[in-house]
Design a protein around this ligand. Structure first.
Ligand SMILES: C[S@@+](CC[C@H](N)C(=O)[O-])C[C@H]1O[C@@H](n2cnc3c(N)ncnc32)[C@H](O)[C@@H]1O
Length: 200
């Protein structure tokens, strides 16, 4: 769907520290109970085949951006808010050894797991970097073929900056495929100001 740019707002978000704490806790829970329900709802059994179990249970997204991305061998891809790395791993399989995937996330525990998952999957064409979507200045201008993101941009503090960053790092003709949640209508203030409604 298309969302008018003027409607992209920075609503009453909990601060980044609170979001990190929530995702730390969710990751611990996911690894402890080995719940595969999110991954099984979003990805086909063929896509999940061969992925490390700890990548599958750590899936916390809202869609499957890789399935909608026209990825070619040799492409360079950025996964914003990569979490435990499920989409980065799927993209890395598609770009092959001549391509590269960069996963960026602000939560160190997520990055540690993503690196472990890449190693367990036997993939070396991935790099996981700690950083925020609002400032990815460590990525050169126009250096990427595709950007993907899954369930992250709704959590970012400055959405216009995130979109400006996506535009900056993509080469001319590059493409962004974003799975996320958008608001269509009014949300009651008690929900909007409840941190658990954002990442709980
Ligand atoms: C809903 S999880 C999705 C993780 C992953 N994309 C997936 O599909 O499993 C959101 C992730 O975004 C990260 N995150 C939230 N806000 C961020 C920001 N401003 N910059 C970078 N990462 C962020 C969190 O640390 C968390 O790992």
């Amino acid at each position: 769907m298309q969302v008018p740019f003027k409607d992209i707002q920075n609503t009453n978000l909990p601060d980044q520290q609170r979001i990190q704490e929530d995702y730390r806790r969710m990751l611990e829970d996911a690894l402890a109970i080995k719940r595969k329900a999110i991954a099984e709802r979003l990805y086909t059994p063929q896509a999940l085949e061969g992925l490390p179990a700890s990548a599958v249970v750590a899936a916390l997204g809202v869609g499957n951006p890789v399935a909608f991305t026209d990825i070619h061998p040799g492409d360079r891809i950025l996964d914003i808010g990569c979490g435990g790395g499920i989409d980065s791993l799927l993209a890395a399989r598609r770009v092959g050894s001549g391509g590269e995937v960069i996963g960026v996330d602000m939560t160190p525990e997520m990055l540690r797991l993503a690196r472990k998952n890449a190693e367990a999957a036997g993939l070396s064409n991935l790099e996981f970097v700690e950083g925020v979507a609002e400032d990815m200045s460590f990525i050169p201008d126009e250096s990427l073929d595709e950007v993907i993101s899954n369930g992250v941009i709704n959590l970012t503090s400055d959405k216009k900056r995130v979109f400006a960053e996506i535009q900056r790092v993509l080469r001319t003709g590059g493409c962004a495929v974003l799975s996320d949640i958008v608001v269509n209508g009014k949300i009651p203030p008690e929900v909007l100001t409840n941190p658990a409604a954002w990442s709980g």
